[in-house]
Design a protein around this ligand. Structure first.
Ligand SMILES: *[C@@H]1O[C@H](CO)[C@@H](O)[C@H](O)[C@H]1NC(C)=O
Ligand SMILES: *[C@@H]1O[C@H](CO)[C@@H](O)[C@H](O)[C@H]1NC(C)=O
Length: 275
């Protein structure tokens, strides 16, 4: 976010310290040129066991590992986030390690540019930094259209609270409000070398919107039930129509009677004929 020039200016004010492991046996250096920062660790005297490799870390993140037997190892910081606590480790594990602290203005990170929540939900917005020196002060603002950003603090009802450590800050919103809470939230981290900000956009959906998928399923099921019901009814009335002649006494029996009458007449005729 900050101009590269600023980063450079700040990165020139660097400090390197060797510590821990076989500690003072390692010489460290930070070399800053116009477009890169080179970190170097050098074992001052050969130790009894041969070196089997090197590992570089920033925080607990492994940046680089090799299997060279060299007594010197280098790491080039290419990202614009130079500031932080690095560590070089000579392998096997106990051969030696040293911290290399690159002092500089912080870089603030967010997980996602946009967060979504449902009305009434608890929402947590998080900003992080691994800068050195670590963040002394975290601040949260809410963008206020056309006006100065509004600073956010713990409110008395406990609806909004801020929990910060040097590495991260969390803005907790309890029971998100669809009118008040959506918008752009800005976190600002400051250390002795400078500050950086990050912006998170919060969107809050209405409870009803959250219900839509469920209502959709209910509607689908209802329509299916209605279709089946209508179909079943039709089929039943069709069955009744087909089953009508034998069942209906007035309608169904009449033709039978008529035909039997004919038969009777016929038989009468036959009878008469036979007479
Ligand atoms: C705000 O509230 C959180 C959690 O309740 C607490 O940890 C923090 O210290 C409070 N901050 C201030 C400035 O009171
Ligand atoms: C962040 O906070 C620092 C310290 O209060 C302030 O000097 C700086 O202007 C702030 N940056 C922004 C972008 O608000």
């Amino acid at each position: 976010m900050g101009a590269p020039l600023l980063w450079l200016l700040a990165a020139v004010l660097l400090c390197a310290r060797a510590a821990s492991g076989t500690g003072n046996n390692i010489w460290t250096a930070i070399d800053v040129s116009s477009h890169r920062t080179l970190l170097t660790c050098k074992l001052k005297e050969a130790i009894s066991a041969p070196i089997e490799g090197h590992r570089w870390l920033k925080g607990d993140k492994v940046l680089k590992e090799d299997k060279s037997d060299s007594l010197t190892t280098e790491y080039e910081v290419v990202s614009d986030d130079r500031s932080g606590e690095y560590q070089c480790i000579f392998l096997p594990e106990l051969a030696g390690k040293a911290d290399v602290q690159v002092k500089g203005p912080p870089k603030v990170y967010i997980n996602k540019k946009s967060e979504y929540g449902n009305e009434g939900d608890s929402i947590v917005l998080t900003c992080k930094s691994s800068s050195y020196p670590s963040i002394e002060q975290w601040k949260w603002y809410k963008e206020n259209e056309g006006e100065a950003n509004m600073i956010l603090v713990n409110d008395t009802e406990g609806r909004m609270s801020i929990i910060s450590t040097p590495e991260k800050t969390e803005l907790h919103i309890n029971s998100a409000d669809i009118k008040e809470d959506p918008g752009k939230y800005i976190c600002n981290g400051t250390n002795s070398e400078g500050s950086d900000t990050a912006v998170i956009t919060l969107k809050v959906r209405s409870r009803l919107a959250a219900l839509w998928p469920f209502l959709g399923i209910v509607a689908e099921v209802l329509i299916l039930v209605i279709i089946i019901f209508i179909y079943e009814r039709r089929r039943r009335t069709d069955d009744i129509v087909e089953a009508e002649p034998p069942r209906d006494e007035d309608g169904g029996a009449a033709p039978l009677k008529a035909s039997s009458a004919v038969n009777e007449k016929g038989s009468n005729i036959r009878q008469r004929n036979s007479n």
